[in-house]
Design a protein around this ligand. Structure first.
Ligand SMILES: Nc1ncnc2c1ncn2[C@@H]1O[C@H](COP(=O)(O)OP(=O)(O)OP(=O)(O)O)[C@@H](O)[C@H]1O
Length: 225
């Protein structure tokens, strides 16, 4: 369980995150949505501990210490093969190759296993980075727009891989996305952020069909399933 208490974060005197109380339960998939600049990435970075809040705290109770996997919005690749990029984080080297190959298969990129990771396209790099994160078997995985550059014919692969990890390992996911349809397909709960505050949260389909706040309604105005 992750609990954010009275978190405030400002940049250059402007408040970008202001959260009284936000709870994430173990084993659930959360989608964080909101317009550009609403604080989604900042929220995830604060949970990961990359950014420090000006005040407030992030509490965590889990089996292990707070050690979350994090996929940044623009994932980096190391300058060696795709397969090696995925294998590098796996602690048990005996089954690293098998695990990495399986992970590549899950994201539909087995054909690129020997390719130089630095030469991948944006969407390919995102898929490889997701595989690299998911082989780590962390209790909590934070994904910042994992499918932003992934084409529509491959998004289901990434989403199915996330669902599989959630189902089999009870991995908790906190995923930022601009796509309400993706939140419906993936998440147990959607959290709508606006100007750094949580405006609404709930079961995605229910929330998007009957939003209460005018800010949520305008965010969804041009959305088509
Ligand atoms: N390091 C920084 N220095 C100054 N301002 C920042 C910094 N990081 C974020 N901000 C500002 O904080 C606000 C929230 O940014 P954040 O990246 O969290 O938004 P977001 O909801 O993830 O946006 P997007 O949908 O565009 O990815 C923005 O207005 C951004 O300009």
């Amino acid at each position: 369980m992750i609990c954010l208490k009275e978190i405030k974060k400002s940049y250059n005197g402007r408040i970008v995150l202001d959260i009284d109380d936000l709870l994430f339960e173990r084993g659930k998939i959360y989608a964080v949505l909101g317009p550009n600049g609403s604080g989604k990435s900042t929220l995830v970075k604060i949970i990961k501990g990359i950014e420090k809040p000006d005040s407030g705290e992030v509490l965590y109770t889990g089996k292990k210490e707070m050690d979350f996997a994090y996929l940044p919005q623009k994932p980096y690749m190391f300058n060696f093969s795709v397969l090696k990029n995925i294998m590098m984080g796996i602690a048990n080297k005996d089954d690293a190759l098998k695990k990495a190959k399986d992970a590549l298969k899950q994201v539909g990129l087995e054909n690129l296993k020997e390719a130089r990771a630095c030469s991948l396209s944006g969407g390919e790099a995102q898929r490889v980075a997701t595989a690299r994160i998911l082989v780590l078997d962390k209790e909590v995985v934070l994904l910042d727009e994992p499918a932003a550059a992934v084409d529509v014919s491959s998004i289901h692969l990434v989403e199915n891989y996330i669902k599989k990890a959630n189902k089999e390992n009870k991995t908790t996911f906190i995923i930022t996305t601009h796509n309400p349809s993706q939140a419906i397909r993936l998440a147990d709960e959607a959290i709508f952020l606006f100007e750094g505050r949580v405006y609404e949260r709930g079961e995605p389909e229910k929330l998007f069909k009957n939003p209460e706040k005018s800010e949520t309604i305008s965010f969804l105005a041009n959305w088509r399933i």
